[in-house]
Design a protein around this ligand. Sequence first.
Ligand code: SF4
Length: 176
Amino acid sequence: MLNGDGLRVVLWVAGCNHCCKECHNPITWDPNGGLLFDDAAKAEIFEQLDKDYISGITFSGGDPLHPANGMEVREFMAQVKGKYPQKTIWLYTGDVWENICGYSLMMYVDVVVDGEFMADKKDGKLLWKGSSNQRVIDVHRTLAQEDIGIPVLYCGDYAEEYRVTEKPENACGCCS
Ligand code: SF4
C-alpha cells in the first residue's frame, strides 16, 4: 500500500549505482545480490496479480533501471501488461525523468517515481516518495505531450493534495 495506488505486488530488483546517503535498502545495491528471478518467482507474481483486489505491480529496488536489469525488466513489464492490461505498473528509479523519458519500456509504465533519495530533503509525510526532490509522474500524460521531457505530475506532494490529475477508470472510490 506504500508503493503506489491500491494494494500492489512489489518486486525489489537488485542493483543500484546511486549510493544515496541514508538509503534504506543498501542490501539491494549489489547487482549480483538477491534471489534469482526464475519461473517460480514469475508464477508467484502472476498468482498475486490474478486477484481482483490487486491494483498492479511496482518495480522498486535497488534501481530497476540499473544497466544489469533494464532488458529483463522491460521484458517482464511487457508480459505483465500483455496479461493484465487493466492493472498498473509503477516504477521507482534513482534516475531523473529527463534522462529516462525516451526509454522504450515507458510504453508499459503508468507511473514513475524518479530521482535519488536526498536525506536533506527527507519528509515522512510525502506521498509515495521519501524526499521532496522526487516526483510522482503520470507517464501516459507526459508522453502525450510535444515535449516529453517535461513531466506531468500524477499527484501532489501530500495525501491531501491527491489527486491533481483525474482519477483513472480503474481507481477505487476511496482514493478520490
Ligand atoms: S536509488 Fe534508491 S536504492 Fe538506490 S541508493 Fe538511492 S535510495 Fe537506495
